[in-house]
Design a binder for this molecule. Structure first.
Ligand code: ADP
Ligand code: MG
Length: 313
């Protein structure tokens, strides 16, 4: 039996999702005989961790702080083993711009894009170059913050008149935005567990865009797992996900989001280092399809972190 601190909540926009992931993780750990203590992360995190002195920390903290390497850095400093990826992989994955540059340099397919900081718009007049950007990226164009999840702040601009509004929306979530080529196609997610791909989940939104609400309201998005795809495409998507997982240096688990276009080409959007663990989340569905029950998934992730603790003790 281990004493496990489950970090959840926090102040990110994905707080509610994280609270739900964390609660499920706590239940699973308790069922497996562990002592699980949930911590809703805020300014007294370090003090609470010191008091608690857990054997290991389970990270169910989505969004900023949880996924961008901040909390991982803190746990390294405190000498506490934790689940999932280390600091550098988190930094690479949380910044979509950085992750996409790594993919392009490695020859992995990701939609063409241009990225700017707020400074470029405010102080360098980048808005004047929107014509050139539109010529290169084309319409419709996806505008999204560089470091958010759950489709927050993401807009599709159908023509030039919609770009400024979309930029303002994205910039309200982040100091850096991407203008990305829109890929019409199917939404696929491939989770990678211990270096192995799990069955693919396809998300089919009931209506229109795959947005924040559609993701977390049961019934608004239909999930198909394993996705109905030709074997050859399944194999390619899974290989690509593992390649991205390795390229970005992910550990234990990640979820790679891809699009499959009408010509059968795959395009990687991003990799998530702390995938959702709610009832409607994709990683638990994928694990289930692979015959890995939720509790087993959680214990497996915990054991990986404990093994690292043993290795460094
Ligand atoms: N370039 C794109 N073309 C078409 N759809 C996109 C594109 N980028 C994002 N989307 C849609 O928005 C969803 C969320 O985008 P993603 O880049 O994975 O960001 P996040 O999940 O972090 O919000 C995708 O699953 C997809 O449905
Ligand atoms: Mg995504």
């Amino acid at each position: 039996m281990s004493r496990v601190a489950v970090l959840k909540g926090g102040r990110s926009l994905e707080r509610e999702v994280s609270l739900r992931s964390g609660a499920r993780v706590e239940d699973a750990l308790k069922r497996r005989g562990h002592e699980a203590i949930g911590i809703d992360v805020d300014h007294d995190l370090v003090r609470r961790l010191r008091e608690l002195a857990p054997d290991v920390v389970f990270l169910a903290l989505h969004g900023r702080d949880g996924e961008d390497g901040t909390v991982q850095e803190l746990l390294e400093i405190l000498g506490l083993p934790y689940t999932g990826s280390g600091v550098s992989a988190c930094i690479r994955c949380a910044d979509k711009v950085l992750a996409k540059h790594h993919m392009i340099d490695a020859g992995l397919p990701t939609p063409d894009f241009v990225a700017f900081t707020e400074t470029a718009f405010k102080q360098l007049g980048a808005a004047e170059a929107l014509g050139e950007i539109a010529d290169r990226i084309g319409f419709p164009m996806v505008v999204k913050p560089a470091d958010q999840g759950s489709a927050l702040g993401l807009r599709i601009a159908r023509d030039a008149s919609e770009v400024p509004g979309a930029l303002v929306a994205a910039l309200s979530y982040s100091g850096k935005v991407l203008l990305e080529r829109h890929v019409a196609g199917r939404d696929l997610a491939v989770s990678v567990l211990d270096g192995q791909p799990l069955p693919i989940v396809e998300a089919v939104p009931e209506e229109g865009a795959y947005d924040f609400d559609a993701r977390y309201e049961i019934g608004r998005t239909a999930f198909v797992c394993p996705a109905r795809l030709p074997d050859e495409i399944t194999a390619r998507a899974q290989e690509l996900a593992v390649a991205v997982h390795e390229l970005l240096g992910c550990r234990d688990v990640s979820r790679v989001d891809l699009l499959l276009d009408d010509e059968g080409e795959l395009h990687v959007l991003e990799a998530n280092v702390i995938p959702g663990l709610t009832e409607t989340s994709l990683l638990p569905q994928a694990a289930d399809a692979a015959g890995i029950a939720f509790d087993d998934l959680i214990v497996r992730l915990l054991d990986r972190a404990l093994a690292r603790a043993g290795a460094t003790a």
